[in-house]
Design a protein around this ligand. Sequence first.
Ligand code: Q46
Ligand code: ZN
Length: 300
Amino acid sequence: MKCIRCKKKAVITLKRHNAAFCAECFLHYYRNQVLKNIQKNKMFKKDDKVLVVVSGGKDSMALWDVLVKEGYNVVAMYINLGIGEYSNRSQEVVENFAKKNNLPLIVKNIKEEFGLDIYKLSKTLKRSPCSVCGTIKRYLFNKVAYDNGFSVIATGHNLDDEAATLLGNILNWGESYLARQGPVLPQTHPKLIKKVKPLYTLTEKENMYYVLLNKIEFLHEECPYSVGARSILYKELLNELEEKSPGTKQRFLIGFLEKGKKHFKEVENIELKECKTCGHVTTTEECSFCRLTKVSNTVS
Ligand code: Q46
Ligand code: ZN
């Protein structure tokens, strides 16, 4: 098969676009997609200070690299979640990339800095590790962004992630989640930093090609707590559909954003307060991060 752009031998086929590319033209397509997503959704401009959330996985490493190469003003942030060898190896990958390319990187360690242990907390609170982890990550990314004057937080969520989340939200009729789902989560309070997903139209496979073609080191293994997660089941189901009918994921997500989302409303009149302990935004007297820290002190 030939590359649809330069007619050289193609090395990558993208069935959902009915397209094939050589390596060089694939990277051109990839960069264009990212830039189009950023501009079309008014995510950020060249003079915005962007905090890029990195985990060491292919998606966030691809995002970090492409934003740096396109000349955006980015600083990466990595959180060591204290999940055994997985965390140690992911930190190594992220630090190696920063060092090799001389890029700024903020590293937080939840065990060393805050005494938080995801496994212990999830057992004590009878919550899933991912729910505890999500609370911690959301808080710290926002706090670091706010405290250091970033205007936006960018994450590596891809088309597969977004389509799986959408399927989950529809199956559970999570109306307020559906109203909020999208590539941009706007700033609704001066202390809540805007969040964006520049890779939301690119698949896991395309991010994988990007890092491989650019010889970017990344962590191949997934977090051990992701095993058995509902989102993985949704991804598998969507992959089956995609296999039989290429383009399904994209039609599902983009169709929802263009035609479906407007029919859902966020829960109104939620009063936002400032946490009595740390001052960050919450809907209760004390934010969930500060409550986790207190529970953590009692169990350790
Ligand atoms: S890191 Fe955290 Fe994920 Fe691991 S514990 Fe779950 S949420 S699976 S993106
Ligand atoms: Zn707090």
